[in-house]
Design a binder for this molecule. Structure first.
Ligand SMILES: [Zn+2]
Length: 339
């Protein structure tokens, strides 16, 4: 089976974790920012070496360099265009790429300007790759107790509403898990529901099933990671009956030590139990992995068959924050693919 010939869909990918090394290299040189390597090849090796972290919060600290590089409209446009172009060239047919507008304000941009820059980069990439499509998710952030940035988080959700139908397709809550109970962020999701903004939520990765219970109570239709639902089967029925899709990112889970190994990862058992899930990289560059790599891990180490992978792609298409006719077109492309 040639995995790279599958029409790939990725729903859980962070823009700042997916910047091609050569784009980071160019931007750092243009901005006079020192890098921990003398040559581009050394820099690639440095990025690959940093792909194994002690825990999720060490992992999150590694976003500092990409974030430093993405504080102007020009750099955000360039990053978005380059990331989406790489995905299109890899054979992806649709992706949802997420970023947190509030993390791009250090040089004076507003959240709105950061969103507009990402949408301009998206426009340029889609013009170059007409068979490819991508939606943008705007992330609210957990950076401490929920009171620290609740206003900024609510602004992010309002911006998602303003730009729905113009390239933005939904919202998310990202950042550190476990600082405060996830349920403290309920106002973010209450506003999303009130404004009819589709929402996903990081949960059940470094923290246990209780965070998944919280996320389900927010009314989200997708959960970022969510693999620790395996630890509490009493939640499975609700997730199944509501058609909730888990955005599984195997390599990220291994690197953050939220699962001990690919072989021990419960994704295949969850799929067989009837839960919907899809396969993602989380952070293509910082995890030094692409979707065909993840599919290989699925088939070689995690017990997936090729039909299982196709099923996860259908689930991804069905869970995409897209109008029904666009979903149907994606599903048809997946189902018609030869394996
Ligand atoms: Zn993530």
């Amino acid at each position: 089976m040639e995995l790279s010939s599958l029409p790939m869909i990725e729903l859980h990918l962070h823009l700042d974790g997916a910047i091609p090394p050569e784009t980071m290299w160019d931007l750092a040189n243009a901005q006079g920012l020192p890098l921990p390597a003398a040559t581009l090849d050394d820099f690639r090796r440095w990025l690959a070496r940093t792909s194994d972290c002690a825990d999720v919060n060490t992992y999150l600290a590694r976003f500092e360099l990409p974030l430093q590089l993405m504080q102007t409209e020009e750099s955000i446009v360039r990053v978005t265009r380059d990331v989406l172009s790489v995905l299109a060239r890899q054979g992806h047919i649709y992706d949802e790429v997420r970023f947190a507008p509030q993390l791009h304000k250090r040089a004076g941009l507003t959240q709105r300007q950061a969103v507009e820059a990402v949408l301009e980069g998206r426009r340029q990439a889609l013009a170059e790759h007409p068979d490819y499509d991508a939606g943008i998710l705007l992330c609210a952030m957990c950076i401490g107790p929920e009171t620290v940035n609740m206003e900024e988080n609510l602004e992010t959700v309002r911006l998602a509403k303003d730009f729905l139908g113009q390239g933005v397709v939904g919202t998310d809550l990202a950042g550190a898990e476990g600082i405060v109970p996830l349920r403290n962020f309920r106002p973010v999701f209450d506003l999303a529901r009130e404004l009819h903004v589709p929402a996903t939520c990081h949960a059940g990765d470094s923290q246990g099933p209780d965070t998944i219970r919280d996320a389900l109570s927010f009314g989200v239709t997708r959960i970022g990671h969510g693999h620790h639902i395996f630890d509490d089967p009493s939640l499975w029925d609700e997730a199944i009956s509501r058609g909730v899709t888990l955005e599984i990112c195997p390599t990220s889970n291994i690197q953050c030590h939220t699962q001990p190994s690919y072989r021990a990862h419960p994704a295949k058992k969850l799929l067989d139990a009837g839960l919907r899930l899809c396969i993602n990289t989380d952070n293509m560059t910082l995890a030094a992995v692409n979707l065909p790599d993840e599919y290989r891990h699925c088939t070689q180490d995690m017990g997936f068959t090729s039909d299982d992978l196709k099923k996860t792609l259908v689930y991804a298409a069905e869970a995409a924050f897209l109008p029904e006719e666009k979903k149907k077109a994606l599903i048809a492309r997946v189902k018609n693919a030869e394996l």
